[in-house]
Design a protein around this ligand. Sequence first.
Ligand code: HEM
Ligand SMILES: *[C@@H]1O[C@H](CO)[C@@H](O)[C@H](O)[C@H]1NC(C)=O
Ligand SMILES: *[C@@H]1O[C@H](CO)[C@@H](O)[C@H](O)[C@H]1NC(C)=O
Ligand SMILES: *[C@H]1O[C@H](CO)[C@@H](O)[C@H](O)[C@H]1NC(C)=O
Length: 500
Amino acid sequence: MDYFNSLTATSVVVIIAFPLLFLFSFLWLSRRNTNSKKTVPEAGGAWPIIGHLRLLGGPQPPQISLANLADKYGRMFTIKLGVRRALVVSNWEIAKECLTIHDKALATRPKAVAMELLSYNHAMIATAPYGTYWRQMRKFIIIELLSNHRLNLLKHVRESEVNTSLQQLYQLWNKKKSSNSDKVLVEMKRWFRDVTLNVILMMVVGKRIPNSYEGVETVEWKKSVDEFFELGAKFVTADAFPFLRWLDIGGEEKRMKKVSKELDQLVEGWLREHKEKIAENEANSEEDFMGVMLTKLRDVEEHDANTINKATNLSLVLGGEDTTSITMTWALALLLNNRDALNKVQQELDSHVGKDKLLVTESDAKNLVYLQAIIKETLRLYPAAPLSVTHEAIEDYTVNGYNISAGTWLIFNLHKIHRDPHIWTNPNEFRPERFMATHKDFDVRGQNFELIPFGSGRRMCLGVSFALQVLQLTLANVLHWFEFETRHQTKQSICVKHQD
Ligand code: HEM
Ligand SMILES: *[C@@H]1O[C@H](CO)[C@@H](O)[C@H](O)[C@H]1NC(C)=O
Ligand SMILES: *[C@@H]1O[C@H](CO)[C@@H](O)[C@H](O)[C@H]1NC(C)=O
Ligand SMILES: *[C@H]1O[C@H](CO)[C@@H](O)[C@H](O)[C@H]1NC(C)=O
């Protein structure tokens, strides 16, 4: 009876409801249609299961592969990286919306396996998830190391390190030049790395590493650092497929553990030295950042103080060394391919610093507007982190009219953003002059979203001021002291001739 009743009831409902249901589903479908217009385009060419993973593995650099996809799929599109989805932004207006209105919603980082293994389980600031630990560390680093006040106090460290490195380069030239030629072949990339590394180490741990032409420690350190970057950039299979992690396909996890152990030992050594010094009361314990940290840092819940100390120092050294020295290498390479600009900047140096004064100081460097334009143009064409550092959405958000769900990764293609033909005439050409004319008021500190080599917003690079100081000082000096030319089109080998 009940059954019958309910059946009738059901039939009634069905009969009455069916047209309504039909109507609703029609409406729903048509709404879904307008919605699907509002679904971010997904780039084609995804392979089953792995998605677009192979795009990030070469042979082209990933920023180029992604720029090509932007030409096809537009200013924002998604790619699939195994089970993860990433939004790729290739337009400055959308980047601006992300880094202003949605900055907070986008302030965390993906937990990539590489970063877990290489960065003390995310204790490094650059990869730390958004939260109390990250906020405290960021504040601490800024106040103790990278504030304008601290940076001013450390001016002599930068000037004296740059001086030392220049003297070494001069000696190398002096030793290698022969009677029939005063030109000497030098790998400038290596020299730029040595300067940068020593300036940063001096500030952070209060010591320098003998340059590449001398010590064993340097060689080992460099090897580990190179591997760190190679592996850190690696998107391990386990990131795309968390459930496959135990297999360690390709053995990358094993290598990562090895590299992180090597770096850890090195840093551990520095830490030990500091603690011994403090114990012996021998030196002013707050001379360098590590000392300051040791004195001030108490255990923060998530990580113990030792780990924080090591992770922080190491992330500053690693975060600053490669980026800054690569930028200098690009600047010199661009100048060598644009001799007019090279002549012009050397003239600027001659007229502002003078031929009789050899060492360019930071206060001199401030007045070198053309040099600054060169640095900006270099950072525009070859941002040291062409895909920035990946963000992850903490919550759902709507950008440019599209709904993006929490957990989606966010990749800014700075390479593409910086070459927008609507903003830059002849975007692929090296034209520092634009920063003295049409783009005079553009800076790189995250206010002009057309040019964001250091990112912008909460997660913006902490080292901007420091990096710009080192770039200006080192480039100014090396261009003032030496003449350069290329040989046999070898990109990294540059002939150095000391100026008379
Ligand atoms: C030319 C040199 C450099 C470039 C182009 C550069 C670029 C960047 C970029 C694009 C980011 C990511 C921003 C984002 O997530 O939106 C970043 C983050 C960071 N950079 Fe730099 N950087 C440079 C030098 C340095 C130096 C010298 C240091 C330190 C001494 C440094 C420390 C950091 C740190 C700690 C972060 C992470 C910030 C966070 O996640 O909260 N960088 N950098
Ligand atoms: C630069 O280094 C040289 C050699 O080490 C030293 O004699 C000179 O005084 C230094 N100059 C400055 C300004 O520090
Ligand atoms: C996007 O999300 C907002 C707020 O969550 C919602 O009101 C809107 O209907 C959504 N739009 C689409 C196209 O899904
Ligand atoms: C980093 O900071 C910590 C904390 O003061 C310090 O012990 C360590 O030696 C510093 N340097 C490096 C490279 O970790």
